[in-house]
Design a protein. Sequence first.
Length: 255
Amino acid sequence: MPIEIRQFPCLSDNYGFLIRDKASGMVAAIDTPEVSAINKTLEDAGWRLDYIFNTHWHPDHAGGNLALKEQWNCEIVGPAGEAERIPGIDRKVADGDVVMLGEAKSTVLDTPGHTSGHIVYHFADDGAAFVGDTIFAMGCGRLFEGTPAQMVSSLSKITAMPPETMLYCAHEYTAANAAFAATVDPENVALAARIEEVKKLRGENTPTVPTKLSRELATNPFLRAGQPSVQRAVGMPGGDEVEVFAEIRIRKDNF
Ligand code: ZN
Ligand code: FE
């Protein structure tokens, strides 16, 4: 029995997600970027909130935890690796743990890099992954608390998912990511086509999230540090994948 997903924009460029297990009717919020937007979405759907599944501690992801727990008495599941920074956490989870939403099953992946304890929730049976700030459409999270090697390893856990997996990223950063991607992957025909598509979508204020893993494999420069064409474009032919990734990440930070 599948899960139902409601996605809504909030704050300046975040996406919030509410998910409901159709079999049991249980509902979870993926992160808590903005309490009023979450409550509005719950109200519109006629749902109540049973769980919060946090990906990491940043205030635009866990800042609404306490207010929502107070209101809904929901259970908060979050990353063991940064549990002391997750307000109101009830259950600490880490790599390989199973988190159930009623009868819907997700598996937790540790994806350190953006923060030291960042986790992803993979609903494999639903072909969906809630990836927080680990990967974005044509981008990846900034390395606030991790090394390039850690992030490359974290991203490899996402790229190991089936290519049709839908990635629910927490921000609409796609237009800026696309402009940067073109500078480090200029020969990529799939990227050029996607950039045109993104311009059109964003011009109509249409979300570019979720994104499909297969598209990211073809166009996300942070997944393509091992490609000879990308390595040539950044002046590191035959370079080590982690070193090329690090160079691309630094360039994006300064873009
Ligand atoms: Zn973040
Ligand atoms: Fe964020």
